[in-house]
Design a binder for this molecule. Structure first.
Ligand code: IPE
Ligand code: MG
Length: 214
């Protein structure tokens, strides 16, 4: 989800307003994902590198995360959404951790779309943690590492969409992306909505996936 800052800058608005509108785009996209029948939707909300941003922006993002979960939890629950977190949230403030744990518990038995939110997430950190866990149990192989990744219980990754015109992964699902399709859109995240998700799914359907075969 990239481009909140540029969206705000173009309008001569404070960055945090871009993030606020970004939350609206998350709501639209989650609703659309449920309606379009996605089994899982993973949102890259806060990376291991985002701590480098100014403190006021970091705390604004944390505040938005809190408000999003509090305001939308009932909607997730009634839409059969299961909340999952990838990343290491132990670095977050206790009140946020508690809120996340409550939301996770409240939606744990839901069987519909998994909404995975990447928080304090970075692929390199995830792979290092998974490799340590795999080593502690025995052999290190692609399979034993995969089984320890934060995404172990998610379906295989089909499609990565990055908004804002940047063409890089930025430490997102790098292991899982081995054979994923990728789509880089020139849309700024606050402008993203159902029509973009539908178009992305149509583009995905046009791709031919061979997984190294022929
Ligand atoms: C959102 O967009 C990314 C988050 C950390 C949620 P940015 O804040 O990276 O926006 P740009 O890249 O400055 O436009
Ligand atoms: Mg950015």
């Amino acid at each position: 989800m990239d481009g909140n800052g540029r969206w705000a800058k173009r309008r001569h608005l404070p960055r945090v307003l871009g993030h606020q509108r970004g939350v609206e785009a998350v709501r639209r996209t989650v609703r659309a994902g449920v309606e379009l029948g996605l089994s899982a939707l993973t949102l890259y909300a806060f990376s291991t590198e985002n701590w480098r941003r100014p403190e006021d922006e970091v705390s604004a993002l944390m505040g938005l995360l809190k408000r999003f979960i509090m305001a939308d939890l009932e909607e997730f629950a009634s839409n059969n959404i299961r909340l999952k977190i990838i990343g290491d949230i132990s670095a977050f403030a206790p009140d946020i951790i508690e809120l996340i744990e409550q939301a996770r518990a409240r939606t744990a038995d839901n069987t519909g779309m998994v909404m995975a939110i990447a928080l304090n997430y970075g692929s390199q950190d995830e792979i290092a943690r998974a490799a340590r866990a795999a080593a502690a149990k025995g052999e290190i192989t692609p399979e034993t590492i995969s089984a320890e990744l934060d995404t172990a219980d998610l379906p295989p990754l089909d499609l990565i969409i990055r908004t804002s015109g940047e063409v890089r992964l930025s430490n997102f699902l790098m292991w899982q992306a081995a054979y994923a399709e990728m789509l880089f859109l020139d849309v700024l995240w606050p402008d993203f909505g159902r029509e973009h998700l539908e178009e992305a799914m149509a583009e995905y359907a046009r791709r031919e996936r061979r997984f190294g075969g022929r």
